[in-house]
Write a protein that binds this ligand. Structure first.
Ligand code: EPZ
Length: 417
């Protein structure tokens, strides 16, 4: 298992480009199952989760070809299998994203129930509620969920909470259903909006994606497509925090500032000047850093996927920051590791109280989940001495060569195989 070693204390300076969004690429690749033909997807990030879903699509009968430079061709003509095996699903719960497309394309799907994961139970009851509302039969047996239904009928679904992949699954199942479907209390994340755009590029009839009410007019068939994945807003936010925490100046390019408004607002509240261009942002890591309170929420609220990274930043701010995690029930695993580095954090329920300290000290720490890993790397950038983050396979799931990007900005950081 690889580790990443960081020697802290160096301010990062320079320009860095953001890769394609993992959480947009995964549903878009799954959506190609809906349309028999050739799909060309650009700006796909070279991350482990994309490799996993590519393997899954191949298992189902698709042909996936990496053309280089982030271009991936998916030929779904040969898709005829409808089962997503446990050995793949257990490594990536987002495999559940093939439920909707397989149901729409083949009239059936069987996916090993995604276990919970480090950050929470992460049930899929809303996904299943939506598919059932479209007329699918749902059966839970032997650790698998099976859905079946030849002719789905448009319906009205009101989600109990704005689930991102739940909205994606229901939208994908509805595009080939007969008639109109409305999803209310839908997730508004940019990744949902871009998935709808990708489906429309295949010939679907979707309106309102990106708002909490999505309207889908069923069509008879879909066709091959060409589409470009949006930049990863969480990677962009992580790189901005790297500039901020290291006291340098980082210029993030190929990003969409509009998709990071809540994070940018918090960085500015903390006293950090953030400049925005059309497709770029620049942060100056000025001091003193003011402690700010953060409460995660569904988009356009503060992204839960940026909570761990801001906690690392608040660990070296002046004052007390109260961070409340409202989306997942167990997303504070980075706290114990940050405390090993000298952070002063106390957790009660879903709230962490972070009292800024003058400095963190490098230490051996362990990654527990994707964004916790990023948080520990960020803390290592500012800590005195050497930090070794182990189990960085968590990081590799969602970041394309993060340590290389940080090294190019002047960090003393390298990977230990
Ligand atoms: C997506 O996960 C992202 N993953 C997550 O990113 C992200 O943290 C999350 O959305 C929230 O923004 C992908 O897009 C692949 P949810 P998802 O369904 O869809 C509860 C990362 O770091 N819920 O919006 O699984 C659920 O338990 C990952 O890149 C139900 O109760 O998240 C959670 O508490 C981590 N029943 C809340 O809703 C359901 O049927 C939000 O979950 C579905 C969800």
């Amino acid at each position: 298992m690889d580790s990443i070693v960081i020697h802290g204390g160096l301010p990062l300076r320079g320009k860095v480009a953001v890769s394609g969004a993992k959480n947009a690429a995964l549903p878009i690749l799954a959506a190609t199952l809906l349309a028999s033909g050739r799909h060309l997807i650009h700006n796909v990030p070279a991350v482990q989760d994309v490799k996993t879903i590519s393997k899954l699509l191949t298992t189902l009968g698709a042909r996936v070809t990496e053309l280089g430079g982030g271009d991936v061709e998916v030929d779904t003509t040969g898709v005829e299998r409808f089962q997503a095996p446990y050995e793949l699903v257990k490594t990536m719960r987002a495999s559940v994203l093939v439920l909707g497309p397989l149901l729409g394309r083949l009239g059936k799907a069987r996916v090993s129930l995604p276990g919970g994961c480090a950050i929470g139970a992460r049930p899929i009851d809303q996904h299943l509620k939506g598919l059932q509302a479209l007329g699918a039969r749902v059966e839970l047996k032997g650790g698998d969920v099976s859905v079946s239904g030849r002719k789905l009928k448009g319906t009205h679904v009101y989600l109990d909470m704005p689930t991102v992949t739940g909205t994606a699954n229901i939208m994908m199942a509805a595009v080939l259903a007969e008639g109109e479907t409305v999803i209310d209390n839908a997730a508004c994340e940019p990744e949902v909006e871009t998935l709808a755009a990708a489906l429309n590029a295949m010939g679907a009839g979707i309106k309102g994606a990106g708002t909490d009410r999505i309207e889908i007019t069923g069509v008879r068939t879909l066709h091959g497509s060409e589409f470009t994945v949006i930049p990863d807003r969480i990677e962009a936010g992580t790189l901005l925090v790297a500039g901020a925490i290291s006291g340098g100046e980082v210029h993030v390019t190929r990003c969409v500032p509009e998709n990071l408004k809540a994070v940018t607002a918090k960085l500015r509240e903390a006293g950090l000047p953030v400049e925005e261009g059309d497709r770029e942002m620049r942060v100056t890591g000025s001091r003193p850093l003011r402690a700010v309170d953060i409460k995660t929420a569904p988009h356009p609220g503060f992204a839960t996927d940026m909570q761990a990274q801001l906690m690392a930043l608040m660990s070296v701010s002046e004052g007390v920051s109260v961070i409340t995690e409202t989306v997942f029930e167990n997303r504070f695993m980075h706290v114990a590791e940050l405390k090993r580095m000298g952070a002063d954090i106390s957790v009660v329920g879903n709230t962490a109280r972070v009292k800024g300290v003058a400095r963190l000290s490098g230490a051996p720490v362990m990654a527990t989940d994707l964004r916790a890993s990023a948080s520990l790397v960020l803390a290592g950038l500012v800590a005195e001495g050497e930090t070794t983050v182990s189990r960085v396979y968590h990081l590799d799931r969602g970041y394309e060569g993060l340590e290389k990007k940080l090294a190019a900005l002047g960090a003393r950081i390298w990977r230990l195989k």
